[in-house]
Design a binder for this molecule. Structure first.
Ligand SMILES: Cc1cc2nc3c(=O)[nH]c(=O)nc-3n(C[C@H](O)[C@H](O)[C@H](O)COP(=O)(O)OP(=O)(O)OC[C@H]3O[C@@H](n4cnc5c(N)ncnc54)[C@H](O)[C@@H]3O)c2cc1C
Length: 471
């Protein structure tokens, strides 16, 4: 219920210093109430980060999840060294190592073999290797492990669907489908690509009549997903490389990403098929959609045998429209923060969506548990979060679009190439170089630098405003 003046988002166009003048007479003893909406990887990671960093117990953290139980469809998820450093920093390393084939080291490791496969005899293009390699998880296992870790005090409330919020001078009021309301000091929307909070947030920060398009757009790509047992693969194609090696099978407007996970028990297969004419149109059907094996097989006729063997093993493919957001100008305003897919849902081609949710969580948890974090400073924290996270995550969102195209031979170096065409080694080497370099950021840079910059901005007067560079 309202305990102050209703705050309107018109303040967005005002400079930051004016925002701070809304602050109330603070109550330093009362914990800051942080409400996280959504218990996906983003919401649970933020909860874990806050719990770990809040040494003085200055926060009251609650997570509200719409689903009555956490049940994510079984599929793989990929994390990189950059995310691993964060997991280590918030003491999640042990939890994650249990779910992995191998713990990461500083040694260069094979990340993917790259093949051109839309022809009878596939061609090995090159091997992508990186320091630390990549860490692959079964998504449901990962989510459950995070849930076990954070929910020891019952802070995750299931079956609580948020329907809207009202922002006031001193607090945010959350409204739930069951008719209940809850007040908090900070609302973090980790409610995924179809975020309802994002819609309300963007309407609120719209300038005049200009309303930013906040709905996800379709990339023109469908993904068929399957989790295969190694026994099935062995029967279909003895000695198949996909049981032990991660592979990207490339072809015109189609590609497959394949890797072993769950300590070698399964191989995850994601088969992408694109119609470039349809990129950017709206797609509202909620995944997964129904699909059958024949539909999937028909897409890969004429591809090399080892691809067809994998496709034949996917008895019941799930089919997903691959949507993404157009980059948002800001992820936070005053007391409301967007995180994970709610802020920057991206195509999966850089394997970075969950990793970016983890980075949001790390930066936000670091800011909210800093000694400078007071009720008065919440709007400044929002500006610092914008300054650090918007340029970084939006850049990866766009890089991910490019990466998907390049893996489907839709690249300036390969103009005019059709499905099944032979392509010179020189051109394929150039393609490999671009794909490989687009991933440099995942192992050559560190989230720690961003964290330090964020904390520096928070402690320096006016820094956030000056440093806020949007795309
Ligand atoms: C095919 C595919 C492959 C991918 N592979 C990778 C990969 O290898 N590596 C990687 O990093 N990323 C990958 N991603 C992206 C990654 O899955 C997402 O970026 C990540 O899961 C986003 O997490 P999130 O917590 O922000 O959102 P979600 O996981 O979508 O969680 C949102 C949660 O909010 C809840 N919710 C929604 N609305 C409400 C409401 N109104 N009230 C309360 N709760 C609500 C939902 O029930 C859900 O639990 C892939 C995505 C796809 C589609």
């Amino acid at each position: 219920m309202a305990d102050g003046l209703c705050f309107t988002f018109q303040a967005f166009s005002r400079p930051f210093l004016q925002l701070t003048s809304y602050t109330m007479a603070s109550e330093p003893q009362k914990p800051l109430r942080v409400a996280i909406v959504g218990a996906g990887i983003g919401g649970l990671m933020l909860c874990a980060g806050l719990q770990h960093m809040d040494k003085e117990k200055k926060l009251d953290i609650q997570v509200y999840e719409a689903a009555p139980a956490l049940a994510e469809i079984g599929a793989g998820i990929n994390l990189w060294l950059r995310s691993w450093e964060i997991l280590r920093a918030i003491d999640l390393e042990e939890t994650f190592v249990k779910m992995m084939d191998e713990a990461p080291t500083d040694e260069p490791r094979l990340v993917f073999q790259l093949r051109k496969s839309d022809q009878r005899e596939g061609v090995h293009i090159s091997d992508i290797k990186m320091k630390g390699g990549t860490m692959r998880f079964h998504r449901a296992e990962l989510q459950m492990a995070l849930m076990d870790r954070v929910n020891t005090n019952g802070c995750v409330k299931l079956d609580r669907r948020l329907t809207g919020y009202n922002e006031y001078e001193n607090h945010v009021e959350l409204e739930f489908q069951d008719g209940s309301t809850v007040n908090c000091d900070i609302l973090v929307a980790a409610d995924g690509i179809r975020s309802s909070i994002r819609k309300q947030f963007c309407k609120g920060i719209a300038k005049g009549d200009f309303v930013i398009c906040t709905d996800p757009v379709w990339s023109g790509t469908f993904a068929y997903r399957g989790l295969l047992s190694h026994d099935d693969i062995e029967k279909a194609f003895p000695g198949h490389r996909a049981k032990t090696n991660p592979v990207i099978y490339c072809g015109k407007y189609k590609h497959l990403v394949v890797y072993p996970l769950s300590n070698g028990r399964f191989t995850n297969v994601v088969a992408f098929c694109t119609d470039p004419e349809l990129e950017g149109v709206e797609w509202t059907e909620v995944p997964p959609m129904s699909a059958n094996q024949d539909e999937l097989r028909a897409q890969y006729v004429g591809w090399e045998d080892e691809v067809q063997a994998l496709i034949n093993c996917i008895q019941k493919p799930t089919k997903w429209a691959i949507n993404n957001l157009n980059p948002l100008e800001r992820y936070a305003s005053h007391r409301v923060f967007l995180a994970g897919d709610a802020a920057h849902a991206m195509t999966p081609h850089q394997g970075a969506g969950a990793g970016q949710a983890i980075e949001d969580a790390y930066i936000l948890a670091s800011l909210l548990t800093n000694q400078e974090a007071t009720r008065k400073n919440i709007p400044k924290i929002a500006e610092v979060y914008n300054a650090i996270r918007c340029p970084a995550a939006n850049k990866i969102l766009l890089a991910s679009r490019d990466q998907g195209k390049w893996c489907e031979l839709d690249h300036p170096r390969l103009k005019g190439v059709c499905e099944g065409d032979m392509v010179s080694k020189e051109k394929l080497d150039g393609l490999f170089k671009d794909i490989s370099q687009a991933w440099d950021w995942v192992w050559k840079t560190s989230a720690e630098c961003d964290r330090k910059r964020a904390l520096d901005m928070l402690s320096t007067p006016h820094r956030a405003e000056e440093s806020c560079v949007f795309m």
